[in-house]
Design a protein around this ligand. Structure first.
Ligand SMILES: Nc1ncnc2c1ncn2[C@@H]1O[C@H](COP(=O)(O)OP(=O)(O)OP(=O)(O)O)[C@@H](O)[C@H]1O
Ligand SMILES: [Mg+2]
Length: 376
């Protein structure tokens, strides 16, 4: 019925989505293309664990949204399917940014219940985990995901030191560590204390950004699972991939597909068009910003807001404004400035100030409104 005015229009109970869930942030994809080399190297490093020996340690590096966390999840699933003699635990260091809190998660992964909240000493927490490992004759593989957050809080060396020397205090304890960093400017090994460097000689596995043809392949797979047939044309998909390649973060593309789908539905259209993608990109391009903001503490958010209102000013002036809202000292203030800088939320640049020597000027890395809108 070519002249049916309703054709191409969605009715209430219809959707462009076959399975909207595949566009959600925690969805683990069934197929994992273009990471064969990295998966092979990771498997190689873990192979000794499956045989009951200590695995090789690994440093995994690469920009955001390049498949690092997904590869760890896949790998750990594979190990779990092979043997129950290896315990694998992934700790999200964005949320657990101290040694104590990392080990609380390891405790939880070992005993399946949380450590007593009344406060038990680190030493005790550690011994209980190590003793249980030895008792069960299991190898433990720990992935410190987003380890850069441990560095921002100055907790990385202590955490790694404890993990790497566990066997000295607890003979028979076999622990391997996979350290995952998404901060390209962080030199993981270089930033560790020398006492850690002397025992940490990890394999290096790098995750480069996906190029546009790779993004098309990966997103095409999502499209086939997530949308009904024919909902999105090749050209539109290529446009999505082009925008995704600009940011290098695959999350932008996945979020863009979902939002564009919702946008099409809002127009009651059966197909996702370029215009849906264009309109959605205004939100999707900030997905990395939203993710960074969600990991900030209240104080860090307050400082970022102050900087937004004093964009480009000197660190000393910004501190005056910040102090009206908190009672933190200058040292702690400087630490937070460093963290926001390392996270790529602000640029802190040294500049000569007349007669006063060198001082840092603080400016936002993103548009002011984009930041303020997302801080509420
Ligand atoms: N090769 C791939 N095939 C299918 N989906 C992928 C692939 N690589 C990444 N993804 C998807 O992209 C998103 C981001 O991947 P992931 O979380 O693994 O990135 P990451 O490198 O850990 O990023 P970050 O450094 O920000 O933590 C996830 O939704 C994941 O499912
Ligand atoms: Mg990750």
């Amino acid at each position: 019925m070519a002249d049916d005015p309703e054709e191409g229009m969605l009715s209430w109970d219809e959707s462009v989505f076959r399975d909207e869930h595949v566009f959600e942030i925690d969805y683990v994809p069934e197929t994992f293309q273009h990471r064969e080399g990295q998966m092979r190297n990771l498997t190689y490093a873990l192979r000794p664990a499956v045989r009951g020996s200590r695995p090789l340690n690994v440093v995994v590096r690469g920009p955001p949204g390049t498949g690092k966390t997904t590869s760890i999840q896949k790998l750990f699933d594979e190990v779990g399917a092979q043997t129950s003699d290896v315990r694998t635990i992934r700790v999200n260091c964005q949320v657990n940014a101290t040694r104590y809190s990392v080990f609380s998660r390891l405790f939880e992964g070992t005993f399946d219940y949380e450590p007593p909240s009344s406060g038990i000493s680190f030493k005790k927490l550690f011994s209980q985990i190590a003793e249980k490992l030895v008792e069960d004759d299991r190898v433990l593989v720990v992935a410190l995901d987003d380890v850069n957050y441990l560095f921002y809080e100055n907790e990385a060396s202590d955490t790694l030191y404890s993990l790497l020397r566990a066997h000295e205090e607890h003979p028979g304890a076999k622990i391997g560590v996979i350290v995952v960093s998404s901060d390209p400017s962080l030199d993981v090994i270089d930033e560790l204390d020398s006492r850690v460097q002397s025992v940490f000689r990890p394999e290096d596995v790098y995750f480069p950004v996906y190029d546009q043809p790779e993004i098309v392949d990966i997103l095409d797979e999502r499209v086939r699972r997530g949308f009904h047939d024919g909902v999105i044309g090749r050209e539109t998909l290529e446009y999505v991939a082009e925008l995704t390649a600009d940011s290098g973060d695959l999350r932008v593309g996945i979020d863009l597909l979902r939002r564009a789908g919702l946008n099409a539905e809002m127009r009651a259209s059966r197909s996702v068009e370029r215009q849906d993608v264009e309109e959605s990109y205004e939100q999707s391009k900030y997905i990395n910003l939203s993710r960074s903001l969600s990991g900030l503490t209240d104080t860090e958010q307050v400082l970022l807001e102050v900087i937004a209102h004093h964009d480009g000013e000197q660190a000393g002036e910004v501190y005056e404004a910040f102090r009206e809202q908190t009672d933190l000292g200058y040292t702690r203030y400087s630490e937070i400035v460093n963290k926001l800088d390392q996270l790529g939320l602000i640029d802190a640049e040294y500049a000569e100030v007349d007669g006063r020597g060198r001082s840092r000027s603080l400016s936002l890395s993103y548009e002011k409104d984009a930041v303020l809108d997302r801080l509420e």
